[in-house]
Design a protein around this ligand. Structure first.
Ligand code: AHM
Ligand code: MG
Length: 337
């Protein structure tokens, strides 16, 4: 029988071999994984668990909240606030930061998450997910403020996501490659199913919401038009397109077989850098993608180098197979000159 490696065992062995996962970080990652398991159970119940539909409220960004957005947010807060590893949390679904209450010990880490990514897919039974990012508290002060969270993605101690699809899969990096764990529902445990995940540098698959094409900036239009010309155009090969409208599911496909994902700036709201959130979506996904040999930029700069100025900051995102991301980034540089 092949040896099954659980998440706990993987984290312990990683610490022994590479010393990258101190006990407090391991505890934190295990608690996040446990919370994702609970969210997976709610997602699977669907209409039977009364978890579908809207909650009748809006988040700080003016988006209508779904019941599952709120359930997933509460599960993550409740699971994580008492363990002693965290000083505070920030979420796409909360206006401000959540400081660990005084009744619990405060640890040295900060957790940021998009509790339920791909909300528009909840009610139609298409893959959705949870995205998370772990930072270290920058100072020894017991109090924390929003400023403590405003660190560039390159400072992340760990990042990951869980995709709730035909299988529930947890994907994780602590800065030493990317590992995937599949939820064994009978045993209730996360089992290692892929390690040292690598994205091919070249691809013939792109992901973008084509309905926004008329609003894009010229470098993005140029790139996609060239892909659409297929083997008759400058790229000399045919491209395939996928758009799931759940970043977790699109990124999971890219980590599994390569591809490029774009959610660019567009003219509909020129003052907004993009739709996706830097701290809860672009940074953790950028970290994972780079750890798998891919690249992630905002069209001009590496995502992980961006200095955030606000918790809910938005950003343009181009990520995936390295050569394609480099090309899109080059097209922006050429347009700027
Ligand atoms: P959400 O966090 O509110 O679900 O929004 C983020 C999602 C991403 O998962 C996905 O890539 C994108 O929004 C889809 O947007 P659109 O519906 O404009 O295609
Ligand atoms: Mg999201």
């Amino acid at each position: 029988m092949t040896r099954r490696i659980s998440l706990t065992q993987y984290l312990v062995e990683q610490q022994r071999q590479h010393g990258r996962i101190p006990a407090e970080l391991r505890l934190l990652l295990e608690v996040v994984a446990r919370a994702c398991k609970r969210i997976a159970i709610s997602v699977n119940k669907g209409a039977l668990g009364d978890v579908l539909g809207t909650a009748g409220s809006e988040n700080v960004q003016g988006e209508v909240q779904k019941k599952l957005d709120i359930i997933a947010n509460e599960v993550l807060i409740e699971a994580n606030e008492w363990g002693g590893a965290l000083a505070g949390m920030a979420s796409e679904e909360m206006d401000g930061i959540h400081v660990v209450p005084n009744r619990y010990p405060r640890g040295e880490y900060l957790l940021l998450f998009d509790p339920l990514d791909g909300s528009s897919n909840i009610d139609v039974n298409v893959s959705i997910g949870t995205i998370f990012s772990v930072l270290k508290k920058p100072s020894d002060r017991p109090e924390i403020t929003v400023d403590d969270f405003l660190q560039p993605g390159s400072a992340q101690a760990a990042a990951g996501y869980c995709v709730y699809g035909p299988q529930s899969t947890l994907v994780l990096t602590v800065g030493d490659g990317v590992a995937m764990f599949t939820l064994d529902r009978e045993q209730g445990s996360w089992v290692l199913t892929a390690d040292n995940v690598q994205i091919p540098a070249d691809t013939q698959e792109f992901a973008i919401n084509m309905s926004n094409m008329r609003h894009w900036a010229p470098p993005v239009t140029r790139y996609i038009e060239e892909c659409l010309q297929g083997r008759d155009g400058p790229r000399g090969k045919d491209y395939n397109m996928r758009w799931i409208a759940s970043m977790v599911a699109d990124v999971h496909r890219i980590l599994s077989r390569g591809g490029v994902f774009l959610y660019p700036w567009d003219r509909r709201e020129p003052g907004k850098p993009g739709k996706l959130r830097l701290m809860y979506e672009a940074n953790p996904m950028g970290f994972l993608i780079e750890q798998a040999g891919g690249a992630a930029t905002n069209g001009r700069q590496r995502i992980l180098d961006l200095q955030p100025t606000q918790l809910h900051e938005r950003v343009s995102v181009v990520l995936g197979s390295r050569h394609e991301v480099e090309r899109v980034t080059r097209y922006h540089a050429e347009a700027d000159r």
